[in-house]
Design a protein around this ligand. Structure first.
Ligand SMILES: [Zn+2]
Length: 235
């Protein structure tokens, strides 16, 4: 396990920290590499019927009886998102105008988030509600922790860990929200009568995307355990 390895070894070289950094980097690179290559593969496979990602999103919105206040273009690749604040879909140019299996998968996933908002999906509401706390906590926890560590104030370090825990909760709450959006996307793609290749490709793209969120959540949980280990050994 992770924590027992971290403390109880005196104040020599911090192997547990090195292990944390290596695990985080490997997980991050592996999942980012996998989504990029899966996305690239399925970006080369055209959707039947020369539809664009925006067309597919509009069709899914109609089928779900949900409206958005705009489908807009956003710069970059894999930058696609849904903004619940103004109920708009933001699709990267390749997905907005492009008509590949990958564009359809991403467009339907983001539409899935719009459907969640329209239906009042609870994990999505919790996630949106804690964003301001998470933003504050993420920006101050490390400063509080470093001050606490230097001054050997365990209370301050514990406060820092509680702040960091909000970021961990956010990463964990993100998981059901992302899985559900992909589930809605696949359900739509299957129900809309696309061929097996399209369904299979969309599943692959969305599974690869889900792994990046799992890796991020796992990394933040490991980091939380590491921080807890640090306060233990300083007592
Ligand atoms: Zn998403």
């Amino acid at each position: 396990m992770f924590i027992p390895y971290g403390y109880g070894y005196g104040y020599g070289f911090d192997w547990s920290y090195l292990l944390l950094v290596i695990v985080s980097l490997v997980l991050g690179f592996a999942t980012q590499g996998y989504i990029r290559s899966t996305y690239a593969t399925w970006s080369k496979v055209d959707l039947p019927g020369s539809q664009s990602g925006a067309d597919v999103a509009r069709a899914m919105l109609r089928a779900s009886n949900v409206e958005v206040d705009g489908i807009l273009s956003t710069p970059g690749e894999l930058t696609d998102h849904y903004d619940p604040r103004d109920n708009t879909l933001h699709l990267s140019d390749g997905n907005l105008r492009g008509g590949s299996v990958a564009s359809a998968a991403v467009a339907c996933h983001e539409t899935g988030h719009a459907v969640q908002t329209a239906r009042g999906y609870l994990p999505g509401r919790i996630r949106t509600a804690i964003v301001p706390i998470v933003n504050f906590a993420s920006s101050v926890w490390m400063i509080v922790f470093i001050i606490g560590a230097f001054m050997a104030m365990t209370g301050l370090m514990q406060l820092a860990i509680i702040l960091f825990a909000f970021a961990v909760v956010f990463q964990i709450v993100t998981l059901p929200v992302e899985f559900d959006a992909s589930h809605r996307a696949i359900a739509y793609i299957e129900s809309a009568g696309y061929d097996q290749t399209t369904v299979r490709g969309a599943k692959k793209v969305l599974t690869a995307a889900a792994l990046t969120y799992v890796a991020a959540a796992l990394t933040s949980v490991l980091q939380l355990f590491y921080l807890l280990g640090q306060t233990q050994r300083r007592r």
